[in-house]
Design a protein around this ligand. Structure first.
Ligand SMILES: Nc1nc2c(ncn2[C@@H]2O[C@H](COP(=O)(O)OP(=O)(O)OP(=O)(O)O)[C@@H](O)[C@H]2O)c(=O)[nH]1
Ligand SMILES: [Mg+2]
Length: 367
């Protein structure tokens, strides 16, 4: 990797210099405004300093014709500073480097990227992180360790995902847990209720709409008994209204729903008809981290037809990759409420913060 600094009075001028010397495949690692002084500090002039790099070896990576076209158009990419705390769609779009782990980059950069790839972080994000890593690496004269780069990457995810954290102390009264079959909706309701009751002294009630299976009603009734929480079973919209009225003085009412194949839109419509979601309702989509990312995407899209804005990720203990959380969040920007990390009620529930999410994204945390 050949890296060079350019100083010019304007950005286009600097870009021209870069293009002329390093060629079309150069990437801009860093750019900033600098002040150059003349005559003992007087009559200072503002200039642009650009740090650019080019891989002297020809790229061995196959590109699609669309990517080739984009590479030719965007090969010299100005980026804003400070890069490691920013991410704009435009800079991501401009990333021309397709990623491959083929020792094209300095070792600490390469191994940090590899860690992200192993953790399932998508290619687009890795390409963006690559720019931040290269910029950091060369800005510090190549004296950056792998763990320092990992920290830079963690900061990126921490900053990115800070807005995703859902406070458990919401204003909603009726909390619906929705999701496909067997993801852990009922178990998670028991965990959430135990947490709210025991740690936050909330007055709780349960309603179940899951009349699809007898065992499902019994399952929630068992938790209700253990936790000493009243429960109502609602078979239709009238039952639900009556149960809501009965529990109107409670602090929080958790509502369990039937696990169905929600690829079938009919089930979504049925739920809409029964629940007729209102302002005081909070709808949380429960997604298992053991599911395929494409399936999670389809399921979330299906539930987006309802006023769902929050996700609970379950079974974090049954996988070793967590990149799918970020990949999905990046597309939908839902709030992340909690993670569940095992079958034990009430203990296996984790309230996440940006730091924990960042640790998960770089593969530093697991169960
Ligand atoms: N390993 C692991 N298992 C979990 C977790 N959460 C729930 N489970 C298990 O997943 C299975 C299904 O849990 P349920 O709570 O019945 O799931 P559900 O979504 O209510 O299922 P349906 O109502 O049938 O759609 C049970 O064996 C739970 O113990 C978790 O975080 N980790
Ligand atoms: Mg259930």
């Amino acid at each position: 990797m050949k890296v060079k600094k350019y100083i010019a009075s304007t950005m286009p001028e600097a870009m021209n210099q870069v293009k002329k010397e390093l060629g079309e495949s150069a990437v801009i690692l860093d750019s900033r405004e600098i002040k150059t002084s003349r005559f003992f500090g007087l009559f200072g002039k503002r200039n642009i300093e650009v740090l650019a790099a080019v891989d002297p070896k020809p790229t061995r990576i196959r590109q699609s014709s669309r990517e080739k076209k984009q590479t030719a158009n965007d090969s010299v990419m100005p980026t804003k500073l400070p890069m490691h705390l920013q991410k704009s769609e435009s800079s991501r779009e401009k990333v021309s480097t397709r990623l491959s782990l083929s020792n094209r980059y300095p070792h600490p950069v390469e191994s940090t990227l590899e860690q992200l790839q192993q953790n399932g972080i998508d290619e687009d994000t890795r390409a963006h992180v690559l720019q931040i890593l290269l910029s950091t690496f060369y800005k510090h004269d190549e004296k950056v360790t792998e763990s320092e780069l990992l920290n830079v990457t963690k900061e990126f995810f921490k900053h990115e995902m800070a807005s995703s954290i859902e406070s458990t102390e919401g204003h909603s009264k009726f909390i619906y847990l929705l999701g496909p079959t067997g993801v852990g909706k009922t178990t998670t309701i028991a965990k959430l209720a135990a947490d709210a009751k025991m740690k936050h002294a909330k007055d709780i009630a349960f309603i179940t709409l899951d009349t699809y299976r007898i065992a499902a009603i019994e399952q929630l009734k068992t938790y209700a008994k253990i936790l000493d929480i009243p429960i109502e079973v609602a078979y239709n919209a009238e039952d639900l209204e009556a149960a809501k009225e009965k529990f109107k003085d409670k602090d929080l009412i958790y509502i369990d729903t039937a696990g169905r194949n929600y690829m079938n839109s009919e089930y979504i419509n049925q739920l809409k008809e029964i629940a007729q979601f209102k302002e005081q309702d909070k709808l949380m989509c429960v997604l298992s981290l053991t599911a395929k990312e494409e399936d999670m995407e389809t399921i979330y899209q299906q539930f987006s037809k309802l006023p769902v804005d929050t996700v609970i990720f379950t079974k974090a203990d049954e996988t070793s990759t967590y990149g799918q959380i970020y990949n999905l969040w990046k597309k939908h920007h839902f709030a992340i409420h909690t993670l569940t990390i095992g079958q034990d009620v009430p203990n296996d529930l984790l309230t996440v913060d940006a730091e924990v999410l960042a640790q998960l994204m770089v593969g530093e945390k697991s169960w």
